[in-house]
Design a protein around this ligand. Sequence first.
Ligand code: SF4
Length: 389
Amino acid sequence: MGEQSPDGGRKTAKATGAAERKAAPAKKPAPAKKAASASDAASAEKAAAARKAATAKKAATAKKAATAKKAATAKKAASVKKAASAKKATPAKKAAPVKKAPAAKKVAVAPKKATARVEGTPPAKAVVHPPGGESRTALVRRARRINRELAEVYPYAHPELDFDNPFQLVVATVLSAQTTDLRVNQTTPALFAKYPTPEDLAAADPEEVEEILRPTGFFRAKTKSVIGLSKALVEEFGGEVPGRLEDLVKLPGVGRKTAFVVLGNAFGRPGITVDTHFQRLVRRWQWTAETDPDKIEAAVGALFPKSDWTDLSHHVIWHGRRICHARKPACGACPIAPLCPAYGEGETDPEKARKLLKYEKGGFPGQRLRPPQAYLDAGGKPAPPLGAG
Ligand code: SF4
């Protein structure tokens, strides 16, 4: 403790204050502040650095996150796209079995494998099933029965074209296309009177021949054919009609049908004539379902012995011309109704059916035709086929 006086106290106090004020700089608060500022600055710097680092870290994190997010989005998008593609592809996969449906056909072809013959064994014969579920044996029996019935009804069946030799028959057959045999028979006498041999017809003036053939229709084309075939006969066959199918079909205007007519009727060689009547009737009788003439010829030929072929052709064609017409078959007057699967396709009333019968040159052998009722049962339906089964 110090000495006190009224003035001295103030003086001391003054002195002390002054001393203190003087001494104040000694305290050097500034350096302290400075130190504090330096420290603060350091801290601030540190903080700034930290902030900067934090910011950088944050930015990096954000960037990383953004990248990850972007990648995730891209991945997701890719997955969605992939899923969509997969989904799109699914129907195609589903449709595949539908497309595979025709594979059944391939399976149908499979028997080839099953029937593939073993080396050294003979090939298996193709079995041709008759239409309508009828057995092959029953079909053969029914077909032959029809031919026998028709042979009784048309005992004089023959080619309805008039001819005296093979040359006249081949010319007349060519002319019979698209017209009736009757019309041809009315035309050929004048033709053969003027041009009796292949040499004569080969040298004929086409315009004169055309005038003679005009009534048969298609007379220009027919003139060309008969003059052409006459020239071929003179130049290649010495003026004679060849007796072989392969030679005949080379002649202008001569196809297989004409060739078989010539072979069967001028040379006595069996042949089936597949004309429009023949095609229609054998399909009605379900002898074959073929529509191509060559295939019909083969299918029907397989049902009969070769020796029957020529007469069979006449019987069928005669029946087609007289009773089993294309538009109005006279079923009620048909002698083979009990054997015909197409019975009822035409008029079944006997009286009305009789009015549909056609009589041409050669007459209708009515005395041999049994009354239509004989072919029907009590109820007016076809009687059961005799011996068929
Ligand atoms: S029953 Fe009728 S469809 Fe059958 S052959 Fe006779 S006319 Fe032709």
